[in-house]
Structures are given as C-alpha cells and as structure tokens.
Design a protein around this ligand. Structure first.
Ligand SMILES: [Zn+2]
Length: 244
C-alpha cells in the first residue's frame, strides 16, 4: 500500500493502478459524538480497504455535503457542485499518472451528488474508472443483524455511535439521548436537522456498543474489498478496464 508517507520515487517505481479515496464530513453528531465522526470512520475504513487491495490510499476529504446540519456548531459544508468538481479534479490527476481504478468510499449519508458525479466521470474519463463502494453493506441480510435500530437510524444513532465506540471510545461522551423521529429521512431536504431534533440525533445511540461497531466495521471492509475485486474483474472481462 502507498499513502502520503511515500515519496514520488516510490510512486514511480510502484506505479499504482488502484487508488482509494474516503469522503468524510465535518458536522455535528449530537452531544455525544465528535464533529469529526464521519472523517475518522472513513479514514480507518479506507485504510483497511487499501491495505487489503494493496492500493494507493489517498488522504480522505474532510468536508462534504453537511449544510442541513449547519446551524448546530462545528459544521462545515461544501455545495454539491463543489464536491463533484473536487472529485473530478482528483480523478483526472490520478488518470494522468496511470491509475486505472479509483474507489470512492463515502463516509457521509448526505452525499447524494456522488452517484451522478461518478456516472458522469465514467462517461468522460478515458482510461480511469471510478467505482463508488456500495453503502450500508454491514446491514445486509444473510448474517444475523448487527444492529437493533438500524431502520430508525439517520444520524448519530446506534450504528455510528457503535463504530466510534470501537474506533475511538475516548471520544464518545455521555449522555446519549435517543432521537427516534416519526418522519422520513427526506425531511432533511425540507428543514435543517436542528428543527427535527435540537439535540442533532436521529436514531438510538443508547443501543450502541463497541462490539457491534467492530463487527460492522469488519463486515464493511470485507464487503467493499470483495465488491472492488469483483467489479475490477468484471470490467476487465468486458474490456472496460485494466486486468487489475
Ligand atoms: Zn455521520
């Protein structure tokens, strides 16, 4: 794996063809989780995936689409078009130096622009494919469900709190009030989070524990790694990409 500790000569001799980019956020996560929650989680996730794939690990983006959390403290946001433009510039700079596949791991639920942005990039780039790792893979049926309240979680609930309890328990504070709301997630398109719950929580952090976080994290590393290997193989077979 290559990351920011490598020199240009390491890149020249290793010529990485696969790169991994995590997209984090800086936004309120209730009174119990740090504003850097999405960034620290995606940083750890992208690193483990890049290690498994022996890829080039890019530093994660620290800011994305968090405007709906704005009025609560500690939130910084980009406009959707800005995030799409940043992703495009990163992809083109990687393509220029021979990278064939860029894996984007989204660590923040509100980044709706990524899917159309990735689709557009794949229509316009000539030798690089951008893959968007599917989300919520840790919650897929098949294995016994990890979380009791995943269906009620939008923000800073059982899932996110469990992951931070696993990765950085020192950063999780009590109290952890539940914020189970009766409206749909699309209400974040109508009003800000603060109007829905002044505490900034949408979910049940009271159900969280570190072991659930560990299991979910491991399942997601495994699922994304498998997804990328399968997708690269499929694209190569169809003549769309490198042999990987
Ligand atoms: Zn989050």
């Amino acid at each position: 794996m290559l990351d920011n500790r490598a020199t240009w000569s390491d890149f020249r001799s290793r010529r990485p063809e696969l790169a991994v980019l995590g997209i984090g956020a800086t936004e309120q996560h209730g009174p119990h989780l740090p504003v850097g929650t999405d960034l620290l989680a995606v940083d750890a996730l992208a690193r483990q995936v890049a290690e498994r794939l022996n890829a080039w690990l890019l530093p994660p983006l620290p800011v994305s689409l968090s405007e709906c959390h704005g009025p609560l403290g500690g939130t910084v946001w980009l406009k959707p078009a800005t995030l799409a433009a940043v992703l495009g510039d990163i992809a083109r700079s990687l393509e220029e130096q021979g990278v064939r596949v860029l894996v984007v791991i989204n660590g923040h639920g509100g980044n709706f622009i990524l899917e159309p942005a990735v689709e557009k990039l794949n229509r316009t780039l000539s030798s690089l494919k951008v893959l968007l790792a599917p989300e919520s893979l840790a919650l897929l049926p098949g294995d016994s469900p990890i979380f009791a309240t995943a269906d009620r979680e939008v923000h800073a609930g059982e899932v996110e709190t469990s992951v931070v309890l696993y990765l950085r328990p020192d950063l999780v504070r009590p109290p952890r009030p539940d914020g189970a709301l009766s409206v749909g997630r699309e209400f974040l398109d109508y009003v800000t989070m603060e109007r829905l719950n002044p505490e900034g929580v949408w979910g049940c952090p009271g159900f969280a524990d570190a072991e659930k976080g560990r299991r979910a994290f491991a399942a997601r590393v495994e699922a994304i790694t498998r997804y990328v290997l399968d997708a690269v193989q499929w694209l190569a077979r169809e003549g769309h990409g490198d042999s990987g």
